[in-house]
Design a protein around this ligand. Structure first.
Ligand code: AMP
Length: 427
């Protein structure tokens, strides 16, 4: 079966790498892809938001399945358009992708179905939002309703910061994503990510992970798309996983089906593990980037039939095998990220680094030019490794990082610090 994969990040490189292991795969195309994906798939310059162009391409190349990686085309309705045209596609419809596309929608769904989440109110009026904030007190969390590339969440320590965030969001700092906002209670606990594959009715747990959103060591500095991740997340014990399925995931899948928007695809729950159990912070309706990279390293089963079963509504009874090993990914980014940074810098010794035992290097913002790999984005490489322990996986990943020559790049040096501490203490 010929496949078109949509996206250009480390997530899509990891998906392409996993798909290439499937005996069901014919030719793999990726739009637009990157310098690393180019070694595994034919990269094509298609705009995922030009639905007619995607449909035409799929028909011309006899493509049997389209896998959509990123959220923007999902929320815009690419899967709806393909399905209407008789093309099988992986991922939620626009109506189901509202779980990621509108924070207010998800909060209302949680409230209506008793799903544990931070107490909240929705606002489109600044004065009303500020009055509510003053009543609640700080710290408090202010969120733009729509997609804001991970930047629309303000954790306000003071009332003044919270009120300024309201003015920013409703004043247009996030465009139409900020026409409404959510004000919510500040939750305390340890964060973790929980992934399931759903087919509209059934949810199959995949695996757990933790990521590092801040740019600097010790979780300091501004938020980024993610500077590293590891799987499994030790805080997600079997008991917490069962609670997450029963209290959060299953009621969500049932509510979406009852509302006529059955959820198919990957549902990624961002959780706060509080002293009262798991609370939902937010949903994403696709694999995380960089979490996907560590999940794909641990997946032993064939990915392709699982994604097909999700699209076809056939997940009941499905089972996926996961390695007991740990996986870690370290993001190498261009100096200056998440602010301004340079592109077009040569990156060397990738092959030697990739030969480190247990290591795979997934590309994000790169291009391949005359056998050379050049940086082409903020987050550029995902140096990913498995190991019998998190400690071994981390040491392999950093040993590969240290072989790569790229003076204009940097990475965090403390990825997986919580899990490493736990392993050191033997808990
Ligand atoms: P989100 O985009 O909703 O995942 O929020 C980004 C980050 O903000 C999360 O990963 C958390 O670290 C933090 N966050 C979001 N909501 C809350 C909350 N209610 N309480 C504490 N931290 C939060």
């Amino acid at each position: 079966m010929n496949i078109l994969l949509i996206g250009s990040g480390g997530r899509e490189h990891a998906l392409a790498w996993a798909l290439r292991k499937s005996p069901l795969l014919g030719k793999l195309y990726c739009a637009p892809g990157n310098g690393g994906i180019a070694g595994l798939a034919e990269c094509v310059a298609l705009d995922a938001l030009d639905f007619d162009a995607v449909t035409e391409f799929v028909r011309a190349r006899d493509i049997g399945f389209v896998i959509v990686g990123p959220e923007v085309p999902l929320v815009a309705g690419l899967v709806d358009h393909l399905t209407l045209n008789g093309i099988k596609a992986f991922g939620p419809t626009a109506a189901a992708a509202r779980l990621e596309g509108s924070k207010g929608f998800t909060k209302d769904l949680c409230a209506a179905n008793n799903i544990p989440t931070a107490a909240y109110q929705r606002f489109s009026d600044a004065a009303a939002a500020k009055a509510y904030i003053r009543k609640q007190g700080a710290p408090i969390v202010i969120k733009a309703d729509g997609l804001a590339a991970g930047k629309g969440v303000i954790l306000a320590e003071t009332l003044a910061e919270a009120e300024a965030a309201v003015d920013d969001i409703l004043g247009g700092a996030f465009g139409s994503a900020g026409a409404q906002l959510v004000v919510e209670e500040f939750l305390y606990g340890e964060e973790a990510s929980f992934f399931v594959l759903a087919d509209g009715k059934t949810a199959l747990p995949l695996a757990t992970a933790q990521d590092h959103k801040r740019v600097g060591d010790g979780d300091t500095g501004p938020n980024t798309g993610g500077m590293g991740a590891y799987s499994p997340a030790p805080v997600m014990t079997d008991e917490i996983c069962v609670q997450t399925m029963q209290r959060i995931i299953e009621p969500t899948i049932a509510a979406m089906a009852a509302a006529g928007a059955p959820f198919k695809g990957v549902l990624f729950a961002g959780l706060m593990i509080t002293d009262k159990g798991p609370y939902l912070i937010e949903y994403n309706t696709r694999f995380g980037d960089p979490e996907c990279q560590v999940l794909m390293m641990r997946l032993e089963s064939d990915l392709l039939p699982a994604l097909l079963a999700s699209a076809e509504g056939n997940l009941a009874g499905a089972n996926l095998r996961w390695s007991q090993q740990a996986a870690v990914t370290v993001v190498m980014a261009a100096c200056g990220y998440p602010g301004d940074y340079k592109k077009g810098e040569p990156i060397g010794e990738l092959e030697a680094a990739g030969r480190t035992p247990g290591v795979q290097i997934f590309h994000a913002g790169t291009t391949a030019q005359n056998e050379k790999v050049l940086s082409n984005g903020g987050r550029v490489l995902n140096v990913t490794a498995t190991g019998d322990t998190i400690t071994q996986a981390v040491s392999r990943a950093y040993s590969a990082v240290d072989k790569i020559t790229w003076p204009g790049g940097f990475c965090r040096r403390d990825i997986a610090w919580r899990a490493l501490e736990r392993e050191r203490k033997g808990s």
